[in-house]
Design a protein around this ligand. Structure first.
Ligand code: SF4
Ligand code: SF4
Length: 56
């Protein structure tokens, strides 16, 4: 599993990247991108996103 990031909604603010405990999130072309093999589904980034672009 891994979170899903809505790239139409993501503003590229970077807040989710800083909060991920396993560094599963990176910025690619100004959009947050998740490494599905690294994400542990903790949900921390979901609460951090100001535009609700991340879901499980
Ligand atoms: S759910 Fe947790 S582990 Fe997965 S990308 Fe978000 S903060 Fe990182
Ligand atoms: S916190 Fe939300 S808007 Fe900001 S980079 Fe992450 S997914 Fe995009």
């Amino acid at each position: 599993m891994a979170v899903t990031i809505n790239k139409d909604t993501c503003t590229g603010c970077g807040a989710c990247i800083d909060c991920c405990p396993v560094e599963a999130l990176t910025m690619v072309s100004d959009k947050a991108t998740v490494d599905a093999d690294t994400c542990v589904d903790c949900g921390a980034c979901i609460d951090e996103c100001p535009v609700e672009a991340i879901s499980l």
